[in-house]
Design a protein around this ligand. Structure first.
Ligand SMILES: [Zn+2]
Length: 101
């Protein structure tokens, strides 16, 4: 099996491709294979999601944590936040006890 062509990536490339899934996603979404989703959040999107309280896909981890904190500040229960973000209640509790970024 071929390895992902990104330097230092230990993962195998997807069949018929030259890069792994993770790097493919990063390049498509962010035009940068070294992008790490943890460190980036679009605050405009985050504020809109908190205001609208609607489910959204494709958020970075940091964005989800920020939305969770914002919804918590509004007094939403963890069950509702978990539903909006598509995560478990347990995850919401974990995020609440930590400071994002
Ligand atoms: Zn890779």
């Amino acid at each position: 099996m071929r390895h992902c062509r990104i330097t230092n990536c230990p993962k195998p490339a997807r069949p018929g491709r030259r890069i792994c899934d993770l790097h493919r996603t990063r390049i498509i979404r962010h035009h940068n294979p070294h992008f790490t989703t943890w460190t980036v959040a679009d605050d405009h999107d985050v504020q809109a999601l908190i205001r609208e309280q609607r489910p959204a896909e494709g958020l970075t981890r940091l964005e989800r944590v920020k939305v969770a904190h914002g919804l918590t500040d509004l007094g939403l229960p963890a069950t509702e936040i978990a539903r909006i973000l598509g995560v478990t209640q347990r995850t919401v509790y974990r995020w609440r006890t930590r400071t994002a970024a």
